[in-house]
Design a protein around this ligand. Structure first.
Ligand SMILES: [Zn+2]
Length: 149
């Protein structure tokens, strides 16, 4: 398979029609198929109108470093990344797309890469840094009794 063909197939995988992208309430990496790139809408919460979701792309590799041992299946490390935690900062969206389109090959990947393409949907849609006057980057990871401010 030529590099061009591989690239075209990856583009097609990433440009599925919305109705073809599964909506899930929980991100269970054990249910994600290995050896391919998957797209999901992950539901954060539901209000009276519709679910609030975030778009997620996952590359789950098929290369396994260890064999099945007493410890069981060893799927490799999981790396997570986010973009647009500040809704008006959209450069990372393109970076994630390029990474998945041109750099990540699940057939030669050991482990899993999970990318939340737009972490702050409300800020992204409004073109604002935060949401409801809050800066998510100052609230996370947060503390039990107060924010990180
Ligand atoms: Zn920022």
């Amino acid at each position: 398979m030529s590099l061009d063909t591989q690239f075209t197939e990856k583009i097609e995988e990433l440009t599925l029609a919305d109705e073809d992208v599964p909506l899930v309430h929980e991100l269970d990496l054990d249910k994600i198929p290995a050896g391919r790139i998957s797209k999901l809408w992950v539901v954060l919460f539901e209000d009276a109108l519709k679910p609030m979701t975030v778009p997620v792309i996952i590359a789950k590799g098929i290369i396994i470093s260890g064999v099945i041992s007493d410890e069981g299946y060893r799927p490799g490390p999981v790396v997570g990344m986010t973009s647009s935690l500040h809704g008006d900062e959209v450069n990372g969206v393109r970076v994630i797309h390029r990474l998945f389109q041109t750099e990540l090959d699940p057939e030669s990947l050991h482990g899993t890469v999970v990318a939340v393409i737009v972490a702050n949907i409300q800020g992204f849609l409004a073109g604002t840094r935060g949401m409801d006057g809050q800066d998510l980057n100052r609230l996370m990871p947060g503390y039990t009794l107060h924010s990180s401010i």
